[in-house]
Design a protein around this ligand. Sequence first.
Ligand code: PLP
Ligand code: COI
Length: 339
Amino acid sequence: MVNLDWKNLPFGYIKTNYNVRCYYRNGKWGELEISSSETIDIHMAATSLHYGQEAFEGLKAYMGKDGRIRLFRVEENAKRMAATATYIRMAQPPLDLFVKAVKTVVSLNKEFVPPYESGASLYIRPLLIVVGAQVGVKASTEFLLLIFVTPVGPYYKQGLSPIDAIIERLSDRAAPLGTGHIKVGGNYAASLPAQDRAHDLGYAVSIYLDAREKKYIDEAGTANFFGIKNNTYVTPNSHSILPSITNMSLIQLAEHLGMKVERRQIPVEELPAFEETGACGTAAVISPFNKIDDVENNKSYSYCKDCKPGPVCIKLYENLTGIQYGNLPDIFNWVTFVD
Ligand code: PLP
Ligand code: COI
């Protein structure tokens, strides 16, 4: 294992040994290639650079107490990348190719998988871009699927610490019938002004509202939103949020733990009714909200006593990470081992 300060890793880029690449040319995918280069050769007229025709994914590999490396629901990331690719008119990487590429890149970089209980994991970043030349706004024919990995610490502070959120009323990350439901780079570029504003005002994350009416909760930065009340897990149903694999898993876990689940619009006025709220995602895992401020309306909603996570967030976190790290049985068949 390489020598890194595993307990204090940022959520950032650290060079590893290898990445994997696969080109789509002449209507078909080629062989998986292993590379140790950190750069790519891309035509200056590639439409990824001009028109944001680019799809990406994010998932993690976890080192278990048993010394085995686990991927969490990798097929779901494959399906979501295929959905993104279809929408922005790119070739879909077949599910088998995607899974094989992820397993290969993790296996090649085993020494970068953070040790069990370091609070860190190996972040896997699949990228699908156009490499051929094109100047008109139209579908391309040459693509590159590239997957690199980097060891990361938690996205928001350490482990399950509650964070402060601000409701974003000055911008939207995606239009009502736009690209919020797929994982394209432009959504994240569009979220930077809100993120800067949140950080400047001392908040960890912005909560977006529906772009049409500004009435309902959409999602939280790079994570989905959930609220807990009366033994019910409530999460927004909106076309402009990314279908989070973590959220999908928490829904199943909540039901398994005997909770009710509601997927529906959540009006801002409902915020005071929740006992707990939080953000969930691969990077964020479960990040409970300590408070949510609606600055423009001079309102603040608090959820934590002494900034401690609530009992339902703790229970969901333990069940989710228990499966990811192999401490609990994989009852839903979510885990893929990497040898
Ligand atoms: N919402 C957005 C905008 C995201 O970027 C992510 C991260 O991928 C999520 C939600 C959480 O999705 P997942 O749980 O699949 O990581
Ligand atoms: C993820 O949770 O994987 C993300 O989307 C994080 C990210 C965009 C930094």
